[in-house]
Design a protein around this ligand. Structure first.
Ligand code: HEM
Length: 398
């Protein structure tokens, strides 16, 4: 089964497969890998709610997951989370808007005149990396390195499948990790001597139970933020543009009524959730839909499928930018609810406003099916060549 769900066709469009499995067996066991998967909204939400039964301290086939916030349980989880939450306050995030616009426009300026670009490489990839780099407090010129590191981290998801791809991902991560450690150690040392108003300084100065964070903890945050903030947001923007290109009536609707943009963004993450699967491990036997998942099982919680569950969403296979209500769980739910949700929404809002107000027509520049990104738990195109015409009047979406 793992080979099947790793194939490009299924990764490009897993939704037919989800629909079949959700209907036939919403709680699925893969005997070969030993993994369990949850597909329906009710089970997925329950797994996120009940963090005592569904622990985030997971042991995928290749060993224990790294000790990052997202893979911790309380009480340590709550303490570490509190440190970063102070950086991601609504006010601090809203204050970033002008800077994000500036970065976005600079990226677009480079490519607009050509009438063609690869949305992923030229825009949606770099933008979130630059934003999170500034928030953490790292120089923007180091961007190429971050992008390489971010890819090495995200590729770790291959480890879940085992086999050659897992071995390669682990091999490639090791030198990247060593580079990151050297880089972060030096930067942290500088912040210790000369504090600034950034996340890195906050991490260097933070105390948990009267103790400073170790360099390993700081490196963990660095890796988590680098991957959680970039890959997901890149896919958010790419998936938005892709969904609008596929549904021109919805783009016309948005242009006619730009106030729908916040709703449209929620619909994008429901319709094509950037993170398709969360990871959990059962701490006791648990019964769901008449099946017993034994204690100690590795469980893939399929958010991307839950967000298409017809029991929860009317006409779930339709991309409807006015959908209301839209109780999607694309940013998770419960104690691990995404810390960067407001930032991701802001970046996507800025991105779509800039893209659609500066482009008149916009279409795919290739007839080939788009190539999906290579990591298991994320969903979006690896490349998205687009062709467009520039707008004469570019101050609004209309
Ligand atoms: C569209 C973009 C994004 C999506 C769809 C997304 C999705 C998620 C989801 C589903 C979780 C829960 C994981 C779990 O329960 O196991 C999560 C956690 C997290 N996200 Fe995001 N995320 C996005 C963007 C961001 C950004 C921009 C940041 C940082 C700036 C970020 C930082 C985090 C962190 C640190 C956690 C761990 C929280 C915890 O364990 O308590 N995410 N995200």
């Amino acid at each position: 089964m793992m080979h099947f769900i790793f194939s490009d066709d299924v990764r490009r469009d897993p939704y037919h497969w989800y629909a079949q499995v959700r209907e036939a067996s919403p709680v699925l066991h893969d005997p070969r890998s030993g993994m369990w998967m949850l597909f329906d909204y009710e089970s997925v939400k329950r797994a996120m709610d009940d963090h005592e039964t569904f622990s985030s301290v997971v042991h995928p086939p290749t060993g224990r997951a790294p000790e990052w916030l997202v893979f911790l349980d309380p009480p340590r989880h709550s303490k570490l989370r509190a440190i970063v939450m102070r950086t991601f306050t609504p006010r601090a995030i809203a204050g970033l808007e002008p800077r994000i616009h500036e970065l976005s426009r600079a990226l677009l300026d480079e490519h607009l005149a050509r009438g063609e670009m690869d949305l992923v490489d030229d825009y949606a990839g770099p933008l979130p990396v630059m934003v999170i780099a500034e928030l953490i407090g790292i120089p923007i010129e180091d961007r190429p390195r971050f992008m390489r590191w971010s890819q090495a981290i995200v590729n770790l998801s291959y480890a879940i499948a085992g086999g050659a791809a897992a071995a390669q991902a682990l091999r490639e991560h090791a030198p990247a990790r060593a580079e990151m450690l050297a880089y972060v150690t030096e930067l942290a040392e500088r912040r210790r001597l000369e504090p600034k108003d950034d996340l890195l300084t906050r991490l260097v100065e933070a105390e948990v139970d009267g103790e400073r964070l170790s360099m390993e903890d700081i490196l963990g945050f660095f890796q988590l933020l680098l991957s959680a903030a970039t890959e997901t947001t890149t896919n958010f923007i790419d998936n938005a543009v892709l969904s609008f290109i596929e549904n021109p009536d919805q783009l016309a609707r948005l242009r006619y009524n730009p106030d729908l943009l916040p709703w449209a963004l929620e619909e994008v993450v429901r319709y094509r959730s950037p993170g398709q699967a969360m990871f959990r491990e059962t701490t006791r036997d648990v019964e769901m839909h008449g099946r017993v998942i034994p204690a100690g099982s590795f469980v893939l919680v399929m958010v991307g499928s839950a967000n298409r569950d017809p029991k929860r969403f009317a006409n779930p296979e339709a991309f409807d930018i006015g959908r209301d209500p839209n109780p999607h769980i694309a940013f998770g739910h419960g104690i691990h609810f995404c810390i960067g949700a407001a930032l991701a929404r802001l970046e996507a809002r800025v991105a779509l406003t800039d893209l659609f107000s500066r482009m008149e027509t916009i279409e795919l520049a290739s007839d080939e099916p788009w190539e999906p990104r290579k990591a298991l738990h994320v969903h979006g195109p690896a490349h998205l060549p687009i062709r467009f015409t520039q707008r004469v009047r570019e101050e609004s979406l209309r």
